[in-house]
Design a binder for this molecule. Sequence first.
Ligand SMILES: NC(=O)c1ccc[n+]([C@@H]2O[C@H](COP(=O)([O-])OP(=O)(O)OC[C@H]3O[C@@H](n4cnc5c(N)ncnc54)[C@H](O)[C@@H]3O)[C@@H](O)[C@H]2O)c1
Length: 261
Amino acid sequence: MTFEGKVAVVTGAAGGLGAAYAAALAAKGAAVAIVDRDLASAEAMAEFITNEGGRAIALGAELAEWDAVEKCVRTIETSMGRIDILINNAGGGSSSPGNASSIEAIAPSAWSSLVDSNLTTAFMTIRAAAPVMKRQRYGKIVNISSRSARVSDPKFEQSPAYACAKTAILGLTRFAARELGPYGITVNCLVPGLVLSGPVLEDYWMRLSTERQKSYLEDLALRRLPRMEEIVGPVLFLCGDGSDYISGVSLDVNGGSFMPA
Ligand SMILES: NC(=O)c1ccc[n+]([C@@H]2O[C@H](COP(=O)([O-])OP(=O)(O)OC[C@H]3O[C@@H](n4cnc5c(N)ncnc54)[C@H](O)[C@@H]3O)[C@@H](O)[C@H]2O)c1
């Protein structure tokens, strides 16, 4: 699979899974725009890619704000010429202050912040990038949801705000796929289970008792957590030519824990 000549925008790519998607696309020839509200880390990631022989720029933006997103997309189009791939990865933040696993306990501000990060960011970037992709009559959009959009798990504390935002991403994917399909743009969604993508989640996993870890793993047909590259691979597939006739799909990558008929 090659992405030579393609321009990819990866949101929330300053670290974690977003950085892994960006690095993998760059390694296969794409020029990558790393967009994150954490500009310093985004710049460090762009430097890492450049040092590896790839092409990358870093942009700092609060992606739930329209003016910032529009400016970002304008800058990318001007400096890189086009936008072929958009990965809406920004989000996460289940451990943010005020978040809770009960609707009564969650602070309204935490609800808004999680919905902004996990849903509004994707709406904003699709809205801003769609005109560019329509002019090109080509585009690949991949939204990132979560297993918590699929499974209400009584054994583990889940955030309703996070789960609801990630569920809405499935709907956003369908609407965008239908609207943009006539212009040669595919819109799909990746729905991953738990991935130890950085220190916060590694720490969360390590703090679970052995029984709770075992209980989580027993719900997975494959009985293990994924390696990062096992999440990156399916995203690259949805960005590449092999998925040209796939649109509006939400692809579960969870080791076999949500298997609808
Ligand atoms: N790691 C997992 O287990 C897992 C599982 C399912 C889904 N996901 C999803 O995958 C994505 C990446 O996960 P991760 O674990 O690498 O998260 P992460 O916290 O390491 O990275 C998320 C990045 O998004 C950025 N971001 C968040 N809100 C933003 C905003 N409003 N504007 C600009 N940047 C913003 C953050 O600064 C951060 O760099 C998230 O959407 C997450 O919900 C992760």
